[in-house]
Write a protein that binds this ligand. Structure first.
Ligand code: ZN
Length: 136
């Protein structure tokens, strides 16, 4: 058994937690071992819920951006990295500005997107993140 403790602070809030992974069980979800700091929004969470809620909020923000990149080719350009991988990113002039409100709903400001592109994104949200994301 090789257990590792990782300290993690998501970019979606100010919580700091320690979680444990086991290198013998790489497919298992990490297990929280300590809440180092709880932010204002998450200070009343039970320890057992803390990691899954932080992960949900962090992944929701990342998945929506990823979904936009995969579904709106007009907003996306390809770039070759220094490691010679091709990555897709938003074109210059397009911005995905996100924040979480007090109810932990993801609020997204879409800069540079056309009405048609915004409508497509609203459909993506309705299909995958109903009541969990609003476009500002
Ligand atoms: Zn937090």
């Amino acid at each position: 058994m090789a257990k590792n403790i990782t300290r993690w602070s998501p970019d979606t809030c100010k919580c700091v937690i320690d979680y444990e992974t086991d290198t013998d069980k790489p497919d298992d979800d990490p297990i929280i071992s300590a809440v180092v700091t709880a932010c204002e929004a998450h200070k009343n969470l039970q320890i057992g819920d803390h990691l899954s809620i932080l992960l949900d909020e962090n992944r929701r923000k990342n998945k929506l951006l990823s979904s936009i990149i995969h579904n709106i080719p007009s907003a996306v350009e390809e770039k070759v990295t220094t490691q010679r991988n091709t990555i897709k990113k938003l074109k210059p002039g397009y911005q995905y500005k996100w924040s979480y409100n007090m109810d932990r709903i993801l609020e997204v400001e879409l800069v540079g997107f056309s009405t048609l592109e915004k409508n497509t994104i609203q459909t993506l949200i309705n299909n995958r993140f109903l009541n969990k994301v609003i476009i500002k």
